[in-house]
Design a protein around this ligand. Structure first.
Ligand code: PGA
Length: 249
């Protein structure tokens, strides 16, 4: 299976930078077509750039994703963006339940689940984020926390075709810290066991690792069993770093 190398640009980049990034990326991929044999590239950009991004990426080398969506289809929800709109501008993926949305916007598992269901209805793949905090890890509660997030955030009829799980320990996001290979492996085994138990094709549902993945540690992280790719923040803002990660797949 190809590794999913998903960029999460968060609230970064300008229109000019977006254009430049894609131009560089397409040139590099043309020179190194082997990158695409091993990895599938996804860029999750701020909403305002999605439409342009899908025009820049029209060759289909890169899939486009949003970083959030509304749980509603349409109507009086000022400021929200529906999954139908995302699809309309060329998105195939949408991140839901990122820890920054959970922390700064009070998102709960239940609303994450509603967003994922809405994404599925519109034919988008939901990238559902889960992960424990520092204090939960210290108290050895990580599996309990992650199990509850999985139970409550992932729709019951999710499939390997429309759902990607992103395990992102909150303490590893943007901090330069990562779990030890053993800890990462153990958690991904735990998540795989959960998915296999609850979903008929759970064996095939991709599980990404996210949190300070960079060109230096990507090789080690991506070689761990049940790590099917990465959700990459900081290191996805430079095309060289992003592609170096894809290359280590
Ligand atoms: P980071 O972010 O790679 O900058 O740690 C990952 C994420 O939040 O998705």
């Amino acid at each position: 299976m190809k590794k999913l190398i998903a960029a999460n640009w968060k609230m970064n980049m300008t229109m000019a930078e977006t254009r430049g990034f894609v131009k560089n990326l397409l040139q590099s991929v043309e020179k190194h077509p082997e990158i695409l044999e091993k990895s599938e590239l996804i860029i999750c950009a701020p909403h305002v750039y999605l439409s342009a991004l899908s025009t820049f990426c029209e060759k289909g080398v890169v899939s486009i994703g949003a970083q959030d969506c509304s749980a509603h289809n349409k109507g009086a929800y000022t400021g929200e963006i529906s999954t139908g709109m995302l699809k309309d501008v060329g998105c195939t993926h949408v991140i839901v339940g990122h820890s920054e949305r959970r922390e700064y916007h009070g998102e709960k598992n239940e609303s994450v689940c509603e967003k994922a269901k809405t994404a599925h209805k519109d034919g988008l793949t939901a990238v559902i984020c889960i992960g424990e905090s520092q204090s939960e890890r210290k108290a050895n509660l990580q599996e309990k926390v992650v199990e509850r997030q999985l139970l409550e955030s992932v729709p019951k009829n999710a499939t390997a075709g429309n759902t990607v799980i992103a395990y992102e320990p909150v303490w590893a996001i943007g901090t330069g810290k990562t779990p030890s290979p053993d800890d990462a492996e153990q958690m991904h085994i735990f998540i795989r066991a959960f998915l296999t138990k609850h979903y008929s094709d759970g064996q095939d549902m991709p599980i990404l690792y996210g949190g300070s993945m960079n060109p230096k540690n990507a090789n080690e992280l991506l070689s761990i069993p049940n790590i099917d790719g990465g959700l990459i923040g900081g290191a996805s803002l430079k095309v060289e770093d992003y592609l170096a990660i894809a290359q280590s797949a």
